[in-house]
Design a protein around this ligand. Structure first.
Ligand code: ATP
Length: 249
């Protein structure tokens, strides 16, 4: 990315919670159309990183740039309207609403569309994630797979340029995960969305991620292709161990 402005740039971002340094001078770039896997053991700072990017928490120091603009400390709604959306580990649908309404609300809110255009868009997004036939279904009737797809649909409704996926496949069986992965790949290519993806199923991400960033105790300890990261002795001893080597093969 030499010379060009990355879609997202973090510069020396730190965040402390009491005695815990959740992020320690983290710098990283995400380019246009890139899929970056974010990995690290429990408590490494992955969720905190998502929160500071989305504006849910403010970093103590460091700057965050999106499309060349400094977004550090901006309120989450503003950051969302600028084009950053996220999914949550535990899907957060509006349970009293239908599947369609769940996508319609963020579509009209984030994009400022009237209801008719928001509905067209919401139906289009539901088709794109394979929920076209479920528009009128209640949230309670959805399978886990469908709930996870709805969570992605709700994030897409805001028309993001950057999508933050927090373990979007947790609890899915291998066939479902494979299907969901295909869908995310398609979204990335067809909608030209950049993605940061927190995931523990490394085998899946190996084939999909352009780059891997590894956090450990709030610190970025590796940033490169899967092969480069796996061969980093520091990463192997700090976190990845035998298991990831087996997974990556
Ligand atoms: N609101 C908070 N108040 C106090 N400490 C926090 C808060 N949020 C996170 N932490 C601490 O900051 C560190 C990083 O947590 P974070 O949730 O970002 O890690 P993570 O990599 O997402 O972990 P996991 O894989 O378990 O979700 C942990 O030590 C955690 O206990």
């Amino acid at each position: 990315m030499s010379g060009e402005v990355p879609l997202l740039r973090l510069l020396d971002v730190s965040k402390r919670f009491g005695g815990v340094l959740a992020l320690r001078d983290v710098s990283m770039d995400v380019g246009e159309g890139e899929l970056v896997a974010l990995i690290g053991p429990n408590g490494a700072g992955k969720s905190t990183l998502f929160k500071v990017i989305c504006g849910v928490i403010k970093p103590d120091s460091g700057r965050i740039y999106f499309m060349g603009r400094d977004i550090t400390g901006l309120p989450p709604e503003r950051i969302c309207r600028m084009g950053i959306a996220r999914t949550h580990q535990v899907p957060r649908p509006f349970v009293g609403m239908s599947v369609l309404e769940n996508v319609l609300v963020p579509a009209s809110h984030a994009r400022g569309l009237d209801m008719r255009r928001a509905e067209d868009l919401a139906r289009d997004i539901l088709r794109a994630v394979g929920l076209g036939g479920k528009a009128d279904a209640s949230i309670g009737s959805l399978t886990l797979y469908e709930r996870r797809m709805l969570e992605i649909a709700r994030a897409l409704a805001a028309d993001p340029r950057l999508l933050l996926l927090d373990e979007p496949f947790a609890g899915l069986n291998p066939e479902e995960a494979e299907e969901a992965l295909e869908l995310v790949r398609k979204l990335k290519v067809e909608r030209r969305i950049s993605i940061i993806w927190v995931e523990h199923v490394m085998g899946l991400l190996r084939r999909t991620a352009d780059r891997v960033v590894v956090l450990n105790q709030g610190e970025k300890i590796a940033d490169g292709t899967f092969r480069e990261v796996v061969h980093s002795a520091q990463v192997i001893t700090a976190y990845l161990g035998e298991k990831i080597l087996d997974d990556i093969g």
